[in-house]
Design a protein around this ligand. Structure first.
Ligand code: F6R
Length: 246
């Protein structure tokens, strides 16, 4: 079941998501977190770091699993998701490095997928944080990814490459064309899911996710089949909900 929470702006989205995150990690210090990269969760991560520093909320027994990683960027590239996560979250918390899981895209990619699936199969994610692509992707599960997919290698769609060029000096040629991503069935195995989205360019994807048919053409629409999903959006991302299609 999807619960939609509409708030005024990005800051409010981060606050709402943080409330849920904080409640989980304080009630369950051994929580398993599913984490996302991209611009959407950055405000949430800032609040987690601030709370850790000011109030001492500890993540030392928390385990994390990231959704995805680019193929073709070395780990230490500033835009690798490994670097992103350390810069924007892990460096500011007390999570143990050995409890951090980020898909590796080095060496034999099929082996890396198998290893990640194996690691995921040993744990249950308590709370999965998701952003959403303007094309409805979750993780890097692009449109038409089978709902029963597990961690796999994906060719990024042109729309995703264009959307992410902003992290690569607006130069499409610098954006990796492939990624390794948790599959849709890995995401759906989480006990609870929070999807956060802001801005006008997410409005159609949010509408299709919440109101459209459950269809592999819109990967996020699968969330309608999950028992506990909270979608937190600002006014712009929610601007097409419950209206005639534009
Ligand atoms: C990131 C990820 C993607 C992003 C999505 C939205 O790990 O899996 O699905 O959540 O592309 O990106 P932003 O938040 O940058 O708009």
């Amino acid at each position: 079941m999807i619960k939609v929470v509409r708030v005024k702006n990005k800051e409010e989205i981060s606050k709402k998501a943080f409330e849920i995150m904080h409640e989980l990690v304080t009630s369950n210090p051994k929580a398993v977190l599913g984490l996302a990269t991209g611009s959407s969760p950055v405000g949430l991560y800032e609040l987690m770091i601030r709370d850790h520093k000011e109030n001492g909320t500890s993540y030392k027994d928390v385990t994390t699993f990231n959704l995805d990683e680019y193929v073709g960027l070395p780990k230490d590239h500033p835009e690798s998701y490994y670097s992103f996560m350390h810069r924007n979250l892990f460096d500011g918390l007390d999570v143990k490095e050995e409890n951090i899981h980020i898909p590796s895209s080095e060496g034999d990619l099929e082996e890396r997928c198998d290893e990640y699936n194996e690691a995921l199969s040993k744990q249950t994610i308590d709370l999965q944080i998701l952003g959403i692509g303007s094309n409805g992707h979750i993780g890097f599960n692009e449109p038409d990814t089978p709902f029963d997919s597990v961690t796999h290698i994906v060719d990024l769609k042109e729309s995703t490459i264009k959307d992410n060029a902003r992290f690569f000096d607006d130069d499409i040629s610098k954006v990796p064309t492939q990624a390794i991503t948790m599959g849709i069935s890995n995401v759906m195995a989480a006990k609870k899911i929070i999807l956060i989205a802001n801005g006008e360019n997410k409005a159609n994807a949010i509408r299709a996710t919440v109101m459209g048919p459950v269809d592999e053409k819109v990967p996020a629409s699968v969330l309608q089949n999950h028992p506990d999903v909270v979608i937190i959006i600002d006014e712009e991302a929610g601007s097409s909900l419950y209206k005639e299609k534009r």
